[in-house]
Design a protein. Structure first.
Ligand code: CTP
Ligand code: ZN
Length: 160
C-alpha cells in the first residue's frame, strides 16, 4: 500500500469508510457497481450493510466503482460471474480492518449457478432444477445444457 489510490485517498478524506470485517470489491469499471450488486443478490430489500462508490477517481482506471459489504465473504461462483462484468476487479477480504487477502478476478472458462437460463424448456429451469452451467464466450455465455446464448445484459439473468 502507500502508492496510487491510497496516497491519493490519504491526502484528502476517505470517500467511503473503511470496513471492519467483510469484502471490498475494488477496481470495478465505472458504472458497473449495480451489476455487481445484482450478482450478489443485493437490491433495495437487502438488510446487509453495503457501501457503494460510483465514478470514484482512480489512478489505474480513470474512474472506478467500489462495493463494500460488511460481514460477508463471496462464494467462488459469485466471484466468477463478477469477473464477467468487472474483469479488472480486485476482491479484498477484510478482518479487523486489515486486508488479509487480495485477489484479482480471473476470467473462468465456465460459470456455475448465479445466472439462470432464459430458455423455459431448459432442464435447469425444471421443477427439480439442476444447477446452471454456462460456457464463457468472448461476448457472452452459452448454456451447457441447451445451448442458449446470453449476449447482452447478463445481469437480467440472475438466479435469486
Ligand atoms: N478497505 C476498506 N476497509 C479496510 C481496509 C481496506 O474498505 N478496513 C478498502 C480500501 O479503501 C481499498 C481496498 O479496500 O479500496 C483495498 O485496500 P488496500 O489494499 O489498503 O488499498 P490499495 O493499496 O489502494 O489497494 P490496491 O493496490 O488493490 O489498489
Ligand atoms: Zn439452458
Amino acid at each position: 500500500t502507500g502508492d496510487g489510490e491510497s496516497s491519493e485517498e490519504s491526502a484528502h478524506e476517505l470517500r467511503i469508510s473503511k470496513i471492519r470485517n467483510g469484502t471490498v470489491i475494488d477496481h470495478i469499471a465505472g458504472g458497473h457497481a449495480p451489476d455487481v450488486l445484482a450478482i450478489l443478490g443485493i437490491d433495495s430489500a437487502t438488510d446487509e450493510v453495503v457501501s457503494v462508490g460510483m465514478n470514484v477517481p482512480s489512478d489505474r482506471l480513470g474512474y472506478k466503482d467500489v462495493v463494500k459489504i460488511e460481514g460477508r465473504e463471496l462464494s467462488q461462483d459469485e466471484v466468477e460471474v463478477i469477473s464477467l462484468v468487472a474483469p479488472a476487479a480486485s476482491i479484498n477480504i477484510i478482518r479487523e480492518y486489515d486486508v488479509i487477502e487480495k485477489n484479482r478476478v480471473e476470467r473462468p472458462s465456465t460459470v456455475e449457478g448465479v445466472l439462470s437460463c432464459p430458455n423455459r424448456n431448459c432442464i435447469t429451469t425444471a421443477d427439480e432444477p439442476v444447477a446452471t452451467r454456462f460456457e464463457v464466450l468472448d461476448d457472452g455465455v452459452r448454456c451447457l445444457y441447451c445451448g442458449t446464448i446470453i449476449r447482452r445484459r447478463l445481469t437480467d439473468h440472475i438466479d435469486v
